[in-house]
Design a binder for this molecule. Structure first.
Ligand code: SAM
Length: 296
């Protein structure tokens, strides 16, 4: 008998579909927030899906997680305390704790089922959740930033698309509260969707962030499992510039191992394709001339 021809198929805006061949289902459950599935794929290793939308796959997750974590951590001159909102797979935390100077990481994930499924079935991504510097809080990131009295050097918003419990993570009030818990040199990075397909979400998100950050930028990276292949993060800071305040010597001197992130990739990521720049120019700060990027 032939094996079943099973595929994960993610459709986007009813016009594009992305498919990955599935070998077997590792976990399937329904939480109070969403359907959570982990499947073993033929070409991309284990893959997490929330409500049928691909969150991470083992084959390429390092790109997303290295770019969300190392970009701000090598711009901030002395990052010590990091807050992660969402990020239940643990990949962002894994990259953050590679930095010896990080003393505390708080991760606030709304859905314990995501964390438990990833702990059990994708340890290559989730293993650093047990690092002693990490405090895992199962709760709503929106409520957490509104209530906490703690301050952070870097806030990383590793969220799903703006649907269901993640929708308020794209609101103005949330960004105001997140900016309010940043230290003087603080930086906030936010999952900013596809520059091709999600222009409306992206521009609304940046317009909501703009009033609370002295500098606001967007940077892009490759992602093989999200529609369009090109993905982005927002970079908001109390003044630090992602290029002139970037210290490549700190990266070169550190023992941090990466597979995608390099100082050159860091700088190049802020050079936006022309259509993205034109779409968003009234919200973003211009980047300085590239030769100023490697002054440190
Ligand atoms: N890299 C992924 C992407 O862009 O698709 C994000 C992955 S991570 C698994 C996103 C997590 O955000 C999900 O597990 C989801 O449960 C969590 N999340 C959604 N809304 C949240 C909220 N309000 N507070 C905390 N976590 C939330």
């Amino acid at each position: 008998m032939n094996a079943l021809d099973l595929w994960v198929k993610e459709t986007h805006q009813d016009s594009v579909a992305l498919g990955f061949k599935v070998e077997k289902t590792l976990f399937s459950g329904k939480s109070a927030f969403q359907q959570v599935d982990v499947v073993q794929t033929k070409g991309h290793g284990a893959m997490l899906l929330n409500d049928g939308i691909i969150m991470v796959s083992e084959r390429d997750e390092h790109i997303y997680h290295e770019m969300i974590a190392h970009v701000p951590l090598y711009v901030h001159p002395a990052p010590s305390r990091v807050l992660v909102i969402g990020g239940g797979d643990g990949g962002t935390v894994r990259e953050v704790v590679k930095h010896d100077n990080i003393s505390r990481v708080v991760m606030v994930e709304i859905d314990e089922m995501v964390v438990n499924a990833c702990r059990e079935y994708i340890p290559s991504i989730s293993h650093s959740l047990d690092d002693p510097r990490v405090e895992l809080i199962i709760g709503d990131g929106v409520k957490y930033v509104a209530a906490t009295e703690e301050k952070f050097d870097v806030v990383l918003i590793d969220s799903t698309d703006p649907i269901g419990p993640a929708a308020p993570l794209f609101d103005r009030q949330f960004y105001q509260n997140a900016a309010g818990i940043l230290e003087k040199d603080g930086i906030m990075i936010s999952q900013a969707e596809s520059p091709f397909y999600d222009f409306e979400i992206q521009s609304a998100m940046l317009a909501n962030q703009r009033p609370f950050f002295k500098r606001l930028h967007l940077y892009t990276f490759t992602n093989l499992t999200y529609p369009g292949g090109l993905w982005s993060f927002g970079f908001g800071s109390n003044g630090l510039c992602p290029l002139t305040d970037f210290d490549r010597n700190r990266f070169n001197a550190s023992r941090v191992q990466t597979r995608y992130y390099t100082p050159e990739i860091h700088v190049a990521a802020f050079v936006l394709p022309k259509f993205v720049k034109e779409n968003l120019s009234d919200m973003l700060d211009p980047i300085p001339p590239l030769e100023k990027a490697f002054v440190k």
